[in-house]
Structures are given as structure tokens and as C-alpha cells.
Design a binder for this molecule. Structure first.
Ligand SMILES: [Zn+2]
Length: 374
């Protein structure tokens, strides 16, 4: 099950007899977010009975996902409780980031989000089936780099991706209705999850970027511009899986031609190659250019902030472009153009995960899809 249309983090009490998988997810989620715990703590925090917790922990230990850690170091009166914790290297995840224009990057990631190995392949002229073959090769070579069982493969891909992991449209790779998840799963024999790179980025930030639960928007700035949103604990997909395409909102009628074929989209002023070109023009005032672009970004995002009352807006991409006058101007204009209640608790910042945000998000696709944790 992909993390589509349901809360990313299981919470609350689920008491149906057939909810064993949910119960397992509740325990795994607790151990994933909060670290080792005793069985009594797990019963208290999940609302499950002691008997159910002992039963499920026994099953998880037998599966190798959870390990007995003995008693905590702090001495207490009476017999100290035995702690159990996630076994981070019980199984590994293969995560792929296809969002760069020159290379496909991948990593072997453990259940604690630690990178165990990295690998990348140059894209060169690969398009269409050749680009699909390159993804297969990268995944296969990464699987060969771990001696642990592989829980699944997660992929952050450019373009519009549907809930089944089919890339509906990705012009950079000349992919159209390309069933990437299905072809990879068939070839590799493990579960595969594919999502849009901006949606993958917001999952990475949500899980590994020390974010809150108050609504998160990650704006990815690279060869293009796109956004992903986690609202009320769920990834927002939109009616036709195209939520977050704010990069193609017109900010300059009659402006430069965009990759989408229209003119004057936000992407035409903010995409990294375009912004770099403008900064390299003779006599360009770097601070003035970055401030102006930041102001227009702020003006574009103010209605989004005013509508959704998100807590965090994270700019993800080249730090030397985004963190400084551009971020400060966007932050200022969003506040000028929204009610104080909309922006009072808003943090506008850059990603703490740097270039790895899509990779970590691809790992979250697998964690969420296979174990119900994120
Ligand atoms: Zn456009």
C-alpha cells in the first residue's frame, strides 16, 4: 500500500480484530519515532493491551525487525523493564533520486535512515526505454551492495506520477504512461514505490527533517520548480495527482517560454539554471536579483499560505541561491500579504537534508508502504 490517501503516521487506538497489521504499525511507529521502549510503555502509548503488545513484539522479534535491548542503564527500584527497539539493519531500503538533470543517484538506507552505501549513474543521452533501463541498472547494482534483505525500492521521479507508480508524463526522460513501479517490481522481485520528486522531498523532510505536524510545504528548486505538501498528516495528491505544480503559475504574463510551453511561469524566473544565467549577466546586482525573485516567490505563495495556514515552508535546492536575500524577501512578502494569524507561526527555511531530501523521501515511501511508519 502506498502512502496515498491515508494518514502518514498511524495514531490512536484501533481495536478491530482484523487490524493486526495496524497494530504492528503502531508499535513500529512508536519505536521508529521515539526509540527503544519497554512493553509496558508501548502498551500505554499505543492504547493496545499488554497481552497484544507482548504477542506482537514476540512476532516482530521473530521477524528480526525488533530486538531485545536488555534493561536501561538508569537503575530503578525493583526489577527494571526490558527495552525493545527497532533493529535498524534487519532489512535495508534502496532509494533512488531521479530528479537531477545529469545523473541518477541512489543509496542503500537502513531503517533508522542511515546511508549504508551510495551509487550513481550518468544519464547522458538516455531517454525513453534507455532511461528506464538505467533505473533498473541502478536499482540492481544497489541491491548487490547490501548483504541484508531488501524491504523495497523507493523512487523519486520527475513528472506527474500516479498512485500505482506509473509516470504519467516526464518530459525530461520522454516518459509517457511509463509503468516504472510495475516494471521494477517484476524485474527485482521486491515491492517498489514511485512518486513525484517534490512529493518524495516533502516526505523526506516530514520524516527526517525535524518538522512538526502543523502543515509542511517543500518547494523544490532545480532544473524545474515544484512543490509537495503534507497537510493534517497526509500527503496531498490533488484530483489528478498534480497538486503542488505551483512552478507553472504565471507570474509574468508574456514572459519567457517555460518547459510546459506557456510563458512567464514561476519556473522561468526561479529554476536554478535560469536564475544562474541571470546572475551571470554582465552588471547583474546579485542581491537585487535574488531579492526581486524572492519577492515574486512570496507574492505567489502568499495565497497558498493564507489558504492553508501551513506551519513550515521549506526551500529545497541550491543553498547559495535560496538561503539569503531570496528566502528573506519571500518570507517578508508572505507576511506583508497575509493576515498575522496566517503567518505568525510560519517558518520559512531551507532544508536541513540538503541534496539528500529526495533520497530520504524515497526511503520513506518504502518505510510507509511496507511497515506503516514515517
Ligand atoms: Zn510552465
Amino acid at each position: 500500500m502506498s502512502p496515498v490517501g491515508r494518514p502518514l503516521r498511524p495514531r490512536g487506538k484501533l481495536l478491530q480484530e482484523d487490524a493486526r497489521r495496524h497494530h504492528r504499525s503502531l508499535l513500529l511507529q512508536q519505536l521508529f519515532r521515539e526509540g527503544p521502549a519497554s512493553r509496558a510503555d508501548l502498551a500505554r502509548t499505543t492504547g493496545l493491551t499488554r497481552v497484544t503488545v507482548s504477542d506482537l513484539v514476540g512476532e516482530l522479534v521473530a521477524d528480526g525487525l525488533v530486538e531485545e535491548l536488555g534493561a536501561p542503564a538508569t537503575a530503578r527500584v525493583g526489577k527494571p523493564p526490558t527495552l525493545v527497539g527497532l533493529a535498524p539493519d534487519a532489512t535495508h531500503i534502496v532509494a533512488l533520486d531521479l530528479s537531477a538533470d545529469d545523473r541518477m543517484s541512489g543509496a542503500v538506507v537502513n531503517l533508522a535512515g542511515e546511508v549504508r552505501a551510495r551509487h550513481q549513474l550518468e544519464i547522458g543521452e538516455a531517454r525513453g526505454d534507455d532511461a528506464v533501463a538505467l533505473v533498473h541498472r541502478l536499482a540492481t547494482e544497489l541491491i548487490a551492495m547490501t548483504d541484508r534483505p531488501v524491504l523495497g525500492v523507493g523512487v523519486g521521479s520527475p513528472g506527474v506520477v500516479d498512485a500505482a507508480g506509473t509516470v504519467v508524463d516526464a518530459p525530461n526522460f520522454a516518459w509517457s504512461d511509463t509503468p516504472l513501479a510495475t516494471s521494477l517490481a517484476t524485474a527485482l522481485g521486491v515491492p517498489v514505490f514511485v512518486a513525484n520528486d517534490a512529493n518524495t522531498a516533502v516526505l523526506g523532510e516530514h520524516t527526517f527533517g525535524q518538522t512538526g505536524d502543523g502543515g509542511l510545504m517543500v518547494l523544490r528548486v532545480g532544473i524545474g520548480v515544484g512543490a509537495g505538501l503534507v497537510l493534517e498528516g497526509s500527503l496531498l495528491h490533488g484530483h489528478l495527482a498534480a497538486a503542488g505544480e505551483v512552478g507553472h503559475v504565471t507570474v509574468e504574463p508574456g514572459g519567457d517560454v517555460c518547459a510546459c510551453g506557456r510563458r512567464g511561469c514561476l519556473e522561468t524566473i526561479l529554476a536554478a539554471p535560469r536564475l544562474r544565467r541571470r546572475l551571470a549577466e554582465p552588471g547583474a546586482d546579485r542581491e537585487a536579483v535574488l531579492t526581486e525573485v524572492g519577492e515574486r516567490l512570496g507574492a505567489t505563495l502568499a495565497p497558498v499560505v493564507g489558504t492553508l495556514n501551513i506551519q513550515e515552508l521549506v526551500l529545497s535546492g541550491p543553498t547559495e541561491l535560496l538561503d539569503g536575500p531570496l528566502r528573506e524577501a519571500a518570507d517578508r512578502v508572505i507576511r506583508e500579504r497575509t493576515m498575522p494569524v496566517s503567518s505568525a507561526g510560519l517558518a520559512v527555511r531551507t532544508s536541513t537534508l540538503g541534496d539528500d531530501v529526495v533520497l530520504f523521501g524515497a526511503a520513506v515511501l518504502v518505510l510507509s508502504g511496507e511497515l506503516g511508519v514515517s
